[in-house]
Structure formats: C-alpha cells, structure tokens
Design a protein. Structure first.
Length: 207
C-alpha cells in the first residue's frame, strides 16, 4: 500500500513538473506564479506547496528532472564495451544533442541562465545534478579511449568547453531566433552535430 502511495506521489510530481516546464517556457520565471501552476495542474495551491516548497524549488526540479534519462543513456553507452570509443563518443554526443536541444527541458537553457543570476541555487543544482555527473561519464569514456591508445590525453577543461559549449550555444540560438522562418537553415541541428563530432574526434585522435 505504501509503495502504491509513493508511486502516486511520484506520478503527481512528474505531472506537475511537466506542466510547470511548459508554463515556464511560455511565460518565463517571473510570469509564472505558483497560483497559475496550481490552476493548470487542477490542484490547490496548498497541495502544490506540499510537493514543492516554493517556485525556486519547483523550477530546480524542472531543470534537473528532465535530464535523468540522459544520464541513464550515457551510462548505458559507457557500459557497452563492445563499441569502439569513437562510436561511443558519437552516441554520447547524440544523447547530449537530444537532451539539450530537442527536449522541453533543454529548451529552458536561456531561462536557466536568466534565473540563475537571481537564484544562484538554481545554477548550483543544475551543475551538481546534471553537468558534473554528465562530464564525469564523458571523462570515463574518453579515459577508456586514452587507455586503449585510441585517444590522446588533452586538457579536460578545454575539451569540456569544446564538447558542451557548442551544444548549449546552439540550443540558446535556436530559442533566441525561434521566430525565424529559416531557423533550420540558419541552425541545422544534424549538420552541426555531425561536424561537431568530427571536430572533437579530430582533436582526440593520436597524430
């Protein structure tokens, strides 16, 4: 009985996060009140506060919960040792592009940057719950390639910016210029993703 109740609470929280994410994307952080979220979720404001202590707490849940599947996907890629490090790196980049650019949570990257200035806890939570573990998995993948003599050892801080920077920039650019009729011509995801992967592998390949 207790397990059923926990599942129900988990499902309810997931639904609140999904609806809240859409509201934050549509109206921004300041334009999305807890009352509006409660109404959209068809619950009382008191019930909403039962699940989340406040709007900041709820926003943090929105920008971290959606990335859990990406971390699981990266772990599965890393666990599949039948694939070469080059193939695994491309698969990992596929996961990052899908999460950061294609998912609803990924579309929140400009909003995360904006809200983090007023609420540093958002930035800290986003880094601790998503960026740091994601980077750790990528380093494991790359270190495996180094151990196998396929990749060369490079500065990880520089490599981190090379891997994550273009994806975040593309995500923010597509949101900034979302009204462009030729958005996909200006910012073609597949073309830029393939080129990005080629560059990263070129940097890592042993001369």
């Amino acid at each position: 009985m207790e397990a059923v109740e926990k599942n129900h609470v988990g499902d309810r929280q997931a639904e609140i996060i999904r609806i809240s994410t859409e509201l934050f994307l549509k109206n921004g952080f300041s334009g999305t009140s807890m009352s509006r979220i409660a109404n959209a979720c068809s619950i009382t404001k008191a019930s909403l506060y039962h699940h989340f202590t406040g709007k900041e707490d709820l926003f943090i849940a929105c920008v971290t919960d959606g990335y859990k599947e990406a971390l699981v996907a990266l772990e599965e890629i890393l666990a599949d040792t039948s694939q070469s490090p080059e193939t695994q790196l491309r698969q990992a980049l596929d996961t990052l592009y899908s999460t950061i650019i294609a998912s609803p949570v990924g579309r929140m990257s400009p909003l995360i940057a904006e809200v983090s200035r007023a609420f540093p806890s958002v930035a800290r939570s986003f880094h601790a719950d998503y960026i740091a573990p994601q980077q750790a998995l990528m380093w494991q993948l790359i270190d495996r390639g180094i151990e196998q003599g396929i990749f060369k050892d490079v500065d990880k801080k520089v490599l981190g910016h090379l891997i994550f920077g273009p994806i975040v920039t593309l995500s923010m650019s597509r949101e900034m210029f979302a009204s462009f009729d030729d958005l996909d011509d200006q910012f073609p995801i597949a073309h830029l993703q393939n080129g990005h992967a080629d560059i990263v592998l070129r940097v890592l390949e042993r001369g």
